[in-house]
Design a protein around this ligand. Structure first.
Ligand SMILES: NC(=O)c1ccc[n+]([C@@H]2O[C@H](COP(=O)([O-])OP(=O)(O)OC[C@H]3O[C@@H](n4cnc5c(N)ncnc54)[C@H](O)[C@@H]3O)[C@@H](O)[C@H]2O)c1
Length: 283
């Protein structure tokens, strides 16, 4: 198990570190003494995080990486491994949102979200885990899935699909890597107040400024911060959790899925129905 209170001398890689949960996690790891590798497609946000980490007096390597692109990962891995044996903590956090059902979603939408949310996570592991194994001194992998993996929703069909796959991948990988003393955690955040709702692609009935504003207001009011999420992710790593719900709603979904899968499906259907009614109602 990996101690996370003090990360002095530990190398931590965070993808999607320019914003939200990734940004908060990178800053929290820096505060705890880590040497950081951060990447994102958002170079402006990444530059801000890089500056903030330097101002804390910590070492940081920042690179533009599109997690869906094998060549970007390969270049980053070459750069990182030229300088250290391997990273101690790999956080595959980068992800995008896509609202809508199968009937609303194009094949290009599927390719886009599968490329980032699923292939991005697999590529991160492909390029960084083998060196951890070769070093023979443990390490930890965090893959950020979602509550949508515990409670897949008809309003987020493609998104739920990618996150369920990330969680399944993480569980299987945890069993594979335990033989090498490496831990794996699939993180399932609930509703976290980050810019993800603003940047999500919306399709079908939810594809309106009004629906987006409503969702943003809901997340804001819920008020569960990225900083709190980062702290709880590091706690889950220290505890060696394989599946880590974050926030009470996600713990509820985790529990209900185990206690009564049919009750969970009933609840999700009622919620989908309610959303459809609200979106169809004249304003
Ligand atoms: N906010 C929530 O409520 C919530 C809930 C469950 C899961 N999540 C997951 O948490 C993770 C972080 O999301 P967030 O809420 O912090 O959102 P966010 O939008 O604030 O941050 C996501 C980051 O990923 C980056 N990114 C997007 N596509 C990329 C690509 N192709 N290559 C590299 N970087 C890319 C973005 O530029 C952004 O900086 C995501 O995987 C998301 O699905 C979020």
């Amino acid at each position: 198990m990996m101690e996370t209170k003090n990360l002095e001398g530990r190398s931590v890689l965070v993808s999607g570190a320019a914003s939200g949960i990734g940004r908060a996690l990178a800053l929290e790891c820096a505060r705890r003494g880590a040497r950081l590798v951060i990447c994102d497609v958002n170079e402006k946000g990444l530059g801000e995080v890089e500056t903030a980490v330097r101002e804390m007096g910590r070492e940081v390597l920042a690179r533009r990486v599109d997690v869906a692109k094998e060549s970007d990962w390969r270049e980053l891995a070459t750069l990182v491994h030229a300088d250290r044996e391997c990273v101690d903590l790999l956080v595959n956090n980068a992800g995008v949102g896509l609202g809508g059902g199968l009937l609303d979603t194009t094949i290009e939408d599927w390719d886009w979200i599968l490329g980032i949310n699923l292939r991005g996570v697999v590529l991160g592991c492909h390029f960084f885990v083998p060196r951890m194994v070769e070093r023979k001194r443990g390490g930890h992998v965090v893959n950020v899935a979602s509550m949508a993996a515990l409670a897949p929703s008809e309003t987020l069909v493609a998104y739920s699909t990618t996150k369920s796959a990330v969680l399944g991948f993480s569980e299987a990988l945890a069993d594979e890597l335990q033989w090498h003393g490496i831990g794996v955690t699939g993180v399932c955040p609930g509703f976290i107040d980050t810019p993800i709702v603003a940047s999500s692609v919306l399709r079908g009935p939810s594809a309106s400024d009004e629906a987006r504003a409503q969702a943003q207001a809901f997340y804001r009011k819920r008020g569960y911060t990225a900083e709190r999420t980062a702290i709880n992710i590091l706690k889950a790593v220290a505890r060696g959790r394989i599946v880590a719900p974050i926030s009470p709603e996600s713990w509820f979904a985790f529990g209900l899925r185990r206690a009564s899968p049919s009750a969970l499906r009933y609840l999700m259907r009622r919620m989908g129905e309610r959303l459809r009614r609200e979106l169809a109602a004249p304003r």
